[in-house]
Design a protein. Structure first.
Length: 267
């Protein structure tokens, strides 16, 4: 169940991702005070999952981008963040979290200690690196072993799981920041996740060569990029700080940035 002693309130977008969310929810809620899930009005499985685990479900019919059959993540994030900003405990921390992220005890213990000891900088946004788990069978092995460190090391050696080779600081699968900075209603009215559409300028020439070009192009909410809106959001903060531990990202990288296209892991 949700942890009322936690100081972390999570916000996630989940459209047609209920299978992934179902694999991480029981683990993740132990670290969270509240969890806001923003989904489509017709996504009944995600809505049912929210009800089962007492998550705050925000339903909207405005999930599609105007020109593309893709998720408009900035609009959905705004809906969830505004709810979280208005939460009664304004001195909590907000965590923008992808629905397919499995929080680790090392990361969340580090977060908890630094919040309680007031070590975290309230003007910074905090980011955690990740390890990808591309196959459901591998996820089950780790889950059954309670993510034993020896199994993790062994699976990395055999490339069954792998660390993120293109770590983008501030990427939106895990962004932690202090709530009170954005609690002012005047800030809420102008709060905007405008971002750069660098999807077409993000060229993977090969596995080890990531090229960014023309990244100064600012556009409005109408984007086909599912993920990179959050990177611009991180630029609103004076500091981007690195958490020295990793979370797990279930599924392959660079696949579902615009919308869910991979097969379901479980029904």
């Amino acid at each position: 169940m949700l942890n009322k002693e936690s100081r972390v309130i999570a916000v996630s977008v989940c459209v047609n991702y209920d299978d992934m969310l179902s694999l991480v929810v029981e683990n993740n809620i132990q670290y969270l005070k509240e969890w806001y899930i923003v989904t489509d009005l017709t996504d009944n499985k995600t809505i049912a999952l929210c009800k089962k685990y007492n998550l705050k479900c925000i339903k909207s019919d405005n999930w599609k981008n105007k020109k593309h059959d893709t998720i408009n993540k900035p609009i959905f994030l705004n809906k969830g963040l505004k709810k979280a900003f208005k939460y009664k405990a304004k001195r909590d921390w907000i965590l923008i979290l992808d629905a397919d992220i499995y929080l680790t005890d090392t990361v969340m213990t580090y977060v908890d200690i630094n919040i309680k000891t007031k070590t975290f900088n309230k003007e910074a946004i905090y980011w955690s690196p990740r390890i990808f788990i591309p196959e459901y069978s591998t996820f089950k092995i780790l889950r059954n072993s309670n993510f034993n460190i020896l199994d993790i090391v062994s699976l990395i050696k055999t490339n069954d799981i792998y660390e993120d080779e293109h770590e983008i600081y501030g990427a939106g699968y895990f962004q932690l920041f202090y709530n009170e900075l954005y609690y002012d209603e005047t800030k809420l009215n102008d709060f905007d996740l405008k971002h750069r559409d660098i999807m077409h300028n993000l060229m993977l020439k090969n596995k080890d060569d990531l090229a960014l070009e023309n990244t100064d192009l600012l556009i409005d909410y109408d984007t086909q990029n599912y993920n990179l809106a959050d990177i611009d959001f991180s630029e609103k903060f004076e500091l981007l700080n690195h958490i020295p531990y990793k979370v797990f990202h279930i599924g392959n990288e660079k696949i579902n940035w615009s919308k869910r296209i991979t097969n379901r892991w479980i029904e």
